[in-house]
Ligand binder design. Structure first.
Ligand SMILES: Cc1cc2nc3c(=O)[nH]c(=O)nc-3n(C[C@H](O)[C@H](O)[C@H](O)COP(=O)(O)OP(=O)(O)OC[C@H]3O[C@@H](n4cnc5c(N)ncnc54)[C@H](O)[C@@H]3O)c2cc1C
Ligand code: FES
Ligand code: FES
Length: 1431
């Protein structure tokens, strides 16, 4: 592996062409890694590799071209030209052995930037690569997907590593997995795409014809924040045995397609907006339906025999996988012994040494917990610890057998042995299904899990309950057996194995006929999440009896260690398996498993309720089995009980996507309304797409790391950077002293923040300083060495409740319409209520990244940034540097997701690095770690809503009063605007003559919260829907009736006095009810609920209205620049940034229609402030509307100039006209400008103005199933009808609908930010903060774009789409609430109850009150500090 570094020399022996670079210092051992890759596509390329959006990628290549592997042929100079080779890397010497493979791949000279880093902790899958090794025992090559961020480079010694670049490229030939994800629209921002491609690729290498379930299993470790997953699965469906690929449900006779398009609302457009998509030349309008978002027939066939071969050298020569390895670094020595004797010798020599197997625990300890292990011993090639032995009594696994291999063995056992023998194995298999992601299971070991002794280990409770026996060995004392019983775990992360001992093997016993065994796990998210509580339960019965002979109950998550329940186990022995045992068992368990109210992890009552709920499930399952054996003694399970014992089963996802076809008369070249592939999709899929951190490094570039506050509200007494500055490689430390006070201030609306905190800090995570060093690792290490002394300041306001108590807010805003007091007086009923809605982390896969490059003249600066607001970044950098804006250029190629999080908060980093770069006169780059990003950059505002509603007997709303409190954090940022937007949109679709809404932007000591997709509206409307459902409950009316009675229609006026035009909400509503077969399914859900006590269903329909427009009038403007070159190619620039939403693609489509040339002739390079000045943020879903019109105007100017040449030579064609104009000295560049007509902004004080250009409408129906005993839920089906006007690109728009819906689903059900009472964010990565995964998508997901609804107020009659559909996920929340209400009613509790958002498993279970929850005493804090608080 080629490495670059200051102490690197070239291996003199490498004359054969292999690029071998060795570290010169203390060279002890080389690691050989083979990478099936060409070499960096960027190695010799400038920053922006040009390619047309949809090049003809593989027409000229035969599949065999990239087959052969040749270790000696690739040189770095041949970038992108030679795919027919693999490259041998040699890493040697003091490269720390624990350096992650991801770092090597990314930062070495080859810079394989396709492999992305989204978290660095194994939780997102962006860094997935395939590792292949030759298994000499089985004589076969084994392929594994692994996360490169946790793979120490030394661990892949002698293996072949395939990165995304190695399997295909746009410059030669795409691999089928790359092509299909791109063509099926499975890539938006593209940051997750290479990792997903590599998971799929590995699956195909292992199973050329996989099932959908296998596909799902391989994706358990991959996250995507943009797409909503459906298109990824759809694109890959064609590889599977379960279904062919294609849009829609895949059936040509899909029932949905039989519906005729609607003719309603087909008025002509305003001419200025271009022609409507449905309009054809004869003026008629056709609205046929299509479901084909891509044509699967176009996919190149997949031929598994054509794959890259495994490097023969690795197969024929066994030295690399049999030799002793020793890497000695400054801080860590990494040794790979070859025999057990050698391992034990080393362990005796270094008793402090850690055995490191999969490194999924050690890696996290080193990276996040600052632990250092001076000696690491890798046992990977020692036969005794890697062997699997099937014996008479069970299976013995070597401690270093990976979980994937264990799965394979256990499955074989389960398939071949009698069912009763393998009950423990079945439970382990079930548990492994939910253990980490596939990439983790491929490397993590059983020994690692046991030895970590985590209190929430998934396997330890099972092993303890099963009575597993461990073999341990040391040099001094030899071998001994250790039982995994209640004395095994001695303290938090400690066990009975002595430091000098090595865990050799684990024996897992078979079960007997009279023995039952089950495992349970409940996590926040079902897939790839650590447990909240888990359990292993085993019972053995006396012969021919239902009396318990032995009971073993082990739990995780109930104490600092895995614990058993000794009193319960003992007391219940000898008792019959009947309801009295259940009753006694649950009470005893609560005594056995006490939890203090302040226990780490929180959720104390829930955890206790879960423990006894698991026992209840176990009781039922065993009773079910006993009833078959002893029908006269034991009652069979009722239908409801049977359902309660069922484990979650995989249901393959399905769905349809319906949209309006382009009319038959539309020219084939005209792309408007067609599902054109995202312009960068192929580059995303091959890893060629360049993000800020991928940009080649400048020769003298430096890396920065932030120094942030660890206190929420404190005076800074001193900042001591001496230790940091004395570290080798550190070039500088910057803080408030480095710039004049007035330039240290920043803020998008009010400059109320300091760039670098000077005298006091106002939140944890606030920037205090910046360390700049030769590389990122050094900068980060040095940042930790900066010492800050604080003195806490009171009060410290963390929660909204604190803010209310202290009246801590910026100026409250009120909107009033009518007379609310009179409205209440004339109401027959009045209700009041309150609801809290939690915040949300943006979790864009690409963290904040910036590069500031001094121009070298006149104090100029070029900033490459992941910003949604290049002009804002330019302005702030210029102000901080004290130079005019014309000396600063901000350039944005693309963002790996933004969602509002990179609109204003980006400047808190882009500006400081520009200051450092200007001072040092060297380029400075920063790319935050996920943890830093989550800590520093804020998110969606938590809201508290207090409402009062007056209404009539018939459910007509007469008066509404709502107070909305938003937790804005420590600076204003956009909090006023977010709160205002929530106030404007809080009416949802409901009319009310008298309304008063007040917004309190609360000032707290949290990091500043900021813009997030839909900008306060999701919080407001979920509160409104709560109010609406309360009215229905109170009147005992169908909530849908209440909704319909109050639903806006065209001509209604909102509380801010804007009249609704072309209100399509009722159409969306009617269509979605029909599409979802809602009335019938509602009845079915009721029927289901009537016979199911422990599992409940809810089905809810909800409508949506969302205003489109910046409420600040001046922001509603846009610019574009069109440059036509003499070869006819067009370079298009506009002010919007591409962050996955397909803006550039849509703009290319607009230009293509206007210029009447194919999309392939038009290229969008980047967004840059030196091309289009003064652009507004890419935000508020507005960019297609604004920039589309600006692009159209610029193109129209060009066309006007070309008109004479077209008239003179009608057959000249585009190229001819362009040339003729050029030779005639006509300008071929044009700017376009647009300002939205007919809007006037909005004045809150006067309640005047027209804030919105128009509205988006939609409706959704969602059905869920809730496990009332655990709080788990599944979304069974969602149907959406969304009005996007005449879609510019149905593939992109449907992608936005699905992606936004899934982000909303996360907001309302899964994602929970936890803060300590001191304001420290506790959830700082994918390990603790759960965004939806592949498994969380509705099992059936049908999306229709409303047909025949052109919008005269935006380009080509389209509508905005980015944000509004997120609100439709309220249907998931209220479907869950409905299911819970049914459970409560069954159990005799009030079905009317408060449920705050998100509806987490904890909240669901605790709301499903029953006799079990009644047994759990309320957790009383007694002056203790709670683990977390609701902010
Ligand atoms: C993203 C992610 C998801 C995860 N999900 C889960 C999950 O769902 N459930 C769960 O339970 N865990 C989970 N984990 C934790 C971790 O993966 C498991 O504990 C795993 O089994 C550890 O195995 P390893 O081989 O990677 O251990 P390592 O990190 O290599 O070692 C862990 C510890 O075990 C010791 N050790 C290993 N082998 C031996 C031996 N033979 N003798 C003596 N000591 C030894 C090491 O010295 C070290 O202290 C997750 C981790 C990550 C990063
Ligand atoms: S970066 Fe490796 S899993 Fe996220
Ligand atoms: S496309 Fe998956 S994270 Fe953006």
């Amino acid at each position: 592996m080629a490495m670059v570094g200051r102490d690197t020399i070239t291996d003199p022996k490498a004359a054969d062409g292999t690029r071998t670079l060795l570290y010169s210092v203390r060279l002890t051992q080389e690691t050989h890694v083979y990478a099936n890759l060409p070499c960096s596509p960027y190695a010799n390329l400038p920053f922006h590799p040009h390619a047309h959006p949809e090049p003809d990628l593989y027409a000229h290549n035969s599949p065999s071209q990239h087959l052969s592997w040749c270790p000696k042929s690739t040189l770095l100079g041949s970038a992108g030209t030679d795919l027919s080779s693999a490259q041998r890397w040699t890493v040697a010497g003091t490269t720390p052995a624990l350096t992650s493979l991801a770092r090597i791949v990314f930062y070495s000279t080859v810079r394989l930037c396709g492999t992305k880093s989204g978290c660095g902790e194994g939780g997102c899958g962006a860094c997935t690569v395939m590792v292949s090794r030759y298994d000499r025992r089985r004589d076969e090559v084994r392929h594994y997907s692994i996360v490169a961020c946790l793979a120490p480079v030394a661990a892949v010694h002698g293996m072949a590593v395939t990165t995304v670049e190695g399997i295909g490229s746009t410059q030669t030939r795409l691999h089928a997995v790359q092509e299909r994800i791109a063509r099926a629209h499975g890539s938006q921002c593209g940051f997750c795409t290479p990792g997903i491609v590599m998971s799929m690729y590995t699956l195909l290498r292992n199973h050329p014809k996989p099932s959908m379930e296998q596909l799902d299993e391989y994706f358990t470790g991959n996250l995507c924040r943009c797409t909503g997953y459906r298109p990824i699965l759809e694109g890959y469906r064609g590889f599977t045995t379960d279904g062919s690929a294609g849009g829609g449900c895949g059936r040509k006779d899909c029932c949905k397609l039989r519906t005729q398009g609607c003719q309603e609302g087909t008025t002509s457009n305003e001419a200025s907006n271009g022609t409507s998509n449905g309009d054809v030349s004869d003026g008629s309008r056709v609205t046929d339906i299509s479901h084909v978002l891509y044509d699967a027939e176009d996919f190149q066939p997949y031929d598994s025999s054509q794959e890259l071969i495994f490097p023969p050298e690795l197969k024929t020569r066994d030295e690399w996988d049999s030799q002793y390895l020793e890497f000695k670094g400054d801080r860590v020595s990494y040794l790979r012994p070859v025999s057990l004797a050698q391992l034990l010798d080393l362990k005796a020599e270094h008793p402090e040494a850690q055995v490191v197997a999969g490194n999924t625990e050690v890696g996290i300890d080193v990276k996040f917990k600052n632990k250092s292990y001076p000696v690491l011993l890798n046992p990977a090639i020692i036969p005794e610890v890697t062997a699997v032995k099937v014996t008479q009594t069970g299976v013995t696994f070597g401690s270093s057998v990976t979980l994937s291999d264990i799965e394979e063995t256990l499955r074989e056992q389960v398939n071949t042995k009698p069912e009763y023998r393998t009950r423990v194995f079945s439970a382990i298999l079930e548990m492994l299904r939910w253990f980490g992601g596939k990439q983790i299971r491929n490397v993590a070991t059983l020994g690692g899990n046991i030895m970590t002794s985590s209190p929430i280990s998934d396997l330890n409770p099972l092993l303890a309950a099963a009575g597993a026996r461990l073999t341990v060995q040391s040099k001094a004392k030899g071998e001994r057996e250790v039982a995994m019983d209640q004395s095994f775990f001695t303290a938090y992360r400690q066990n009975a194995i002595r430091p000098e001992e090595v865990l050799m093997a684990v024996h897992i016993p078979y079960t007997e006929q009279n023995e039952y065994f089950l495992g349970y796990k409940q996590a926040r998210r079902r897939d790839d999440d650590i447990a909240i509580v888990n359990a292993g339960m085993r019972v053995a019965f006396r012969p021919d009896s239902i009396a318990v002979e032995q009971l073993r109950l082990a739990f995780g998550g109930m104490a600092p260690t895995t614990v058993m329940a000794p009193a319960t186990m003992e007391e219940l022995e000898g008792r019959c398996w009947d309801s009295s045992l259940l009753e006694a068992g649950t009470s005893l368990l609560l005594q056995d498993l006490p939890l203090s109210a302040s226990a780490p992890g929180g959720m104390v009552e829930y955890r206790r309720a879960l423990a006894i709920s698991f026992f209840f499930k176990f009781y039922l399952s065993v009773r079910g089995r006993l009833s078959e054996q002893f029908p006269s003694l034991v009652d069979p399970l009722t239908e409801a009980e049977q359902k309660a014992t069922k484990v979650h089963r995989y249901i393959p996802p399905k769905g349809t996507q319906l949209f309006q076809s382009v009319p038959p008369g539309q020219p084939s070249l005209d792309p408007i309304g067609r599902p054109i592939t995202h312009a960068s999709a192929f580059k995303h899929a091959t890893g060629e797409a360049v993000y800020v951190d991928d940009m080649p490094h400048f020769e003298d570039e430096l890396q920065a790391a932030p120094v942030v506050s660890s206190r929420a509200h404190a005076r800074i007494l001193s900042i001591d950077e001496e230790a940091a500055l004395s570290m080798e490689g550190v070039e500088g430390f910057f803080c408030w002293k480095d710039l004049p006070e007035e330039r240290n201030r920043i803020g998008p609306i009010t400059a109320d923040e300091e760039l670098f905190a000077s005298k006091k800090v106002t939140c944890v995570g606030q920037l205090i300083g910046l360390v700049v060093a030769k590389d990122r690792a050094t900068a980060q290490r040095a940042a930790k060495a900066v010492r800050i002394q604080y003195e806490d300041i009171k009060p410290c306001i963390i929660t909204i409740q604190d803010a209310i108590k202290e009246q801590s807010w910026w100026t409250p805003l009120t909107i009033k319409k009518g007379d609310i007091e009179e409205g209440f007086r004339s109401s027959q009923h009045i209700l009041e209520g309150e609801m809290h809605v939690g915040g949300q982390e943006h979790f864009y896969l690409e963290t904040h990244s910036h590069l500031a490059v001094p121009k070298g003249e006149d104090g100029g600066m070029e900033v490459f940034s992941s910003t949604q607001n290049p002009s804002g970044t330019q302005r702030h950098v210029a102000e901080a540097l004290g130079v005019p804006s014309n000396l600063v250029t901000c350039r944005v190629k693309r963002l790996g997701g933004g969602f509002g999080g990179k609109e204003t908060r980006v400047n808190m980093l882009s500006v400081p690095i520009a200051i450092a770069a200007a001072s040092l006169k060297r380029p400075v780059r920063i790319s935050l770690d996920r943890e830093e990003d989550m800590l520093m950059t804020g998110g969606r505002h938590p809201f508290l809503g207090r409402w009062k509603i007056g209404f009539t007997d018939k459910g007509i709303f007469k008066s509404i009063q709502m107070d909305l409190y938003s937790n804005g954090g420590c600076s204003l940022d956009l909090t006023g605007a977010v709160t205002g937007y929530a106030m404007l949109n809080h009416d949802s679709v409901y009319r009310c003559e008298n309304r008063k809404v007040t917004g309190y932007p609360c000032k707290t000591n949290l990091p500043s919260n900021t813009a997030f997709r839909a900008f306060g509206s999701p919080q407001a409307i979920i509160i409104t829907e709560y109010m609406v459902s309360r009215v229905a409950e109170f009147l005992n009316m169908d909530p849908d009736e209440v909704r319909l009675k109050n639903m806006y229609v065209t001509g209604d006026e909102t509380h801010y006095k804007q009249t609704l035009e072309k209100c399509t909400v009722r159409r969306c509503w009617d269509e979605v009810l029909s599409q979802a077969d809602y009335p019938a399914r509602r009845e079915m859900a009721k029927k289901f609920n009537s016979s199911n006590k422990y599992t409940k269903r809810g089905i809810v329909a909800l409508p949506l209205k969302f205003g489109i427009g910046f409420t600040e009038l001046f922001l509603n403007q846009a610019g574009a620049l069109v440059l036509v070159y003499t070869d006819g190619s067009v370079l298009l620039s506009h002010g919007g940034t591409e962050m996955g939403q397909g803006l550039h693609t849509k703009m290319i489509q607009v230009a293509s229609r206007a210029l009447k040339i194919p999309v392939t002739r038009i290229y969008v390079d980047e967004t840059s402030t030196d091309k289009v000045p003064n652009a507004s943020s890419t935000a508020a879903s507005l960019s297609s509307d604004l920039y589309g019109m600006a692009v159209l105007n610029a193109c129209n100017t060009i066309m006007q100039r070309l008109e004479p040449y077209m008239a003179a030579n009608p057959k000249g064609g585009w190229d001819g006209w362009v040339k003729a104009a050029y030779f005639d000295r006509v300008s071929l560049s044009a700017t376009g400008f647009y300002k939205t007509p007919g809007i006037s902004g909005y004045n809150f004080e006067k309640n005047e103005g027209r804030p919105f250009n128009y509205y988006c409408f939609g409706a959704a129906v969602t059905e869920v199933e809730v496990d009332c005993l655990t709080g788990d839920h599944s979304v069974l089906r969602t149907d959406i009808v969304m009005d996007v006007g005449d879609s510019l690109n149905p593939a992109i728009d449907i992608g936005q609908v699905e992606g936004a819906f899934m982000q909303g689903l996360g907001l309302y059900t899964l994602e929970e930010l936890r803060y300590s009472p001191e304001g420290v964010l506790l959830t700082r990565g994918p390990g603790t903060y759960k965004i939806p995964g592949f498994q969380d998508i509705p099992r059936e997901f049908n999306v229709s774009l409303l047909r025949g609804a052109p919008n005269p107020r935006a380009v080509f009659s389209s509508k905005a789409v980015g944000e509004p559909p997120l609100l439709l996920a309220t249907s998931v929340f209220y479907a869950i609430k409905q299911a819970v209400a049914s459970a409560r009613a069954d159990q005799g509790f009030d079905p009317v109850f408060r449920l705050d958002s998100p509806a987490t498993a904890e909240r669901i279970r605790m709301a499903c009150q029953d006799s079990l929850t009644q047994k759990v005493e309320p957790a009383v804090l007694d002056n203790e500090r709670p683990w977390s608080v609701t902010v």
